[in-house]
Design a protein around this ligand. Structure first.
Ligand code: SF4
Length: 357
């Protein structure tokens, strides 16, 4: 069932990252970051494959050492989505990463130090059309800004402004900005200010957000609030978890705001009326539905009280009975199936019918 969002998105400058455009009202792109040593090419590629399968559209890898930077070309040659090199301080690594063919650098020009070195990196990035993301983080603000403002939205924006000014002085404009904070209200306000001040695409995220549940909630509130206001062009959900979970949560945030069509699984919380294992069924449906493409709503309801009503609004539905359930297709009762075969039979219907709905 297709739904249109009513969000009026801020149009920023367009920045090309590989084969994608960030900003200018283009679709909001989902990013994640690998969590294995980049120098281990095999492990990195395996993780990127899983991320792509889950829906990741841009992937970032850390480059703490020279061996990691040297692995970038091999990784880039084997993947279909843009590759971002995460570089801290080391200008030589930034130059090498561009030679390795990366699609974007995550780099704060103010942290490189020497002006000539900054100019060398920026000139090379310009020549190869490699954009730069300035990533300001509440945990690593400049000392003078911390003294003047503390870890506030103003400090984050001022820090970003300094890095932007360095790039603009070198006539470099393929810039993306992030202003991540661990504190959600600070992060939200920082991005609001940045959206007024800069015309560059914004990369949204709550930094060090925590483990799966806490991090998902914090990101959903921080990132979701901004997206609802039309702010943000690409998102990364930081979780202390498998990066595939980051991608799943990012997708769900976008789908919840109708910023992306996807597969939505509605399930009731269950109560004393339930006579089937609704949580198990819903989890199984959710896992299998993740692999489907396109727009689809599936409802998993514990009983016949609210079940038929929700089934009316869904493309496919299950409503529970006593150790069995009714399958609905396009709001109409289809057939009764034993609990143990319900999910298999539901997906048979989905495969058979979805193109006709
Ligand atoms: S659909 Fe039925 S089982 Fe689920 S919460 Fe409502 S009344 Fe309870």
């Amino acid at each position: 069932m297709k739904k249109q969002n009513r969000i009026s998105r801020k149009k920023t400058r367009a920045v090309k990252v590989g084969n994608l455009i960030l900003g200018d009202g283009q679709p909001i792109r989902i990013q994640s970051m690998t969590k294995v040593p980049t120098r281990n090419v095999q492990a990195t590629l395996e993780q990127i494959d899983r991320l792509i399968e889950a829906g990741c559209e841009i992937v970032r890898v850390a480059c703490p050492g020279e061996e990691d930077v040297k692995a970038l070309g091999k990784i880039k040659s084997k993947i279909s989505i843009p590759l971002v090199a995460d570089i801290h301080f080391n200008y030589r690594f930034a130059l090498m990463a561009i030679d390795e063919g990366v699609d974007k650098l995550r780099l704060n020009p103010g942290n490189i130090g020497d002006k000539d070195r900054v100019a060398e990196v920026v000139e090379k990035a310009k020549k190869h059309r490699v954009p730069i993301r300035i990533g300001v983080n509440s945990g690593s603000l400049e000392k003078d800004l911390m003294e003047k403002y503390g870890p506030t939205p103003e400090a984050l924006v001022e820090s970003a402004r300094r890095h932007v000014a360095i790039l603009e002085a070198l006539d470099f404009h393929d810039t993306v900005i992030s202003l991540k904070a661990t504190d959600v209200p600070t992060m939200i306000e920082a991005y609001r200010l940045a959206s007024q001040k800069f015309n560059y695409p914004l990369h949204l995220g709550v930094t060090e957000a925590g483990t799966l549940i806490r991090g998902s909630v914090y990101n959903a509130i921080g990132v979701g609030t901004l997206l609802q206001e039309g702010i943000g062009d690409t998102i990364r959900v930081s979780l202390t978890a498998d990066p595939v979970e980051e991608v799943k949560v990012a997708k769900m945030i976008l789908e919840s705001l109708d910023l992306r069509q996807g597969v939505r699984v509605i399930s009731c919380p269950t109560c004393g009326r339930t006579e089937i294992d609704t949580a198990k069924l819903a989890t199984e449906v959710e896992t299998r539905a993740m692999k489907l493409k396109g727009s689809l709503t599936i409802a998993v309801m514990g009983c016949a009280v609210n079940g038929p009503g929700e089934a009316q609004g869904a493309d496919f539905a299950i409503t529970g009975g006593q150790k069995k359930g009714m399958i609905y297709v396009a709001g109409k009762q289809e057939r009764v199936v034993d609990e143990e075969h319900l999910v298999d039979e539901l997906f048979k219907e989905i495969e058979k019918r979805r193109n006709k709905i």
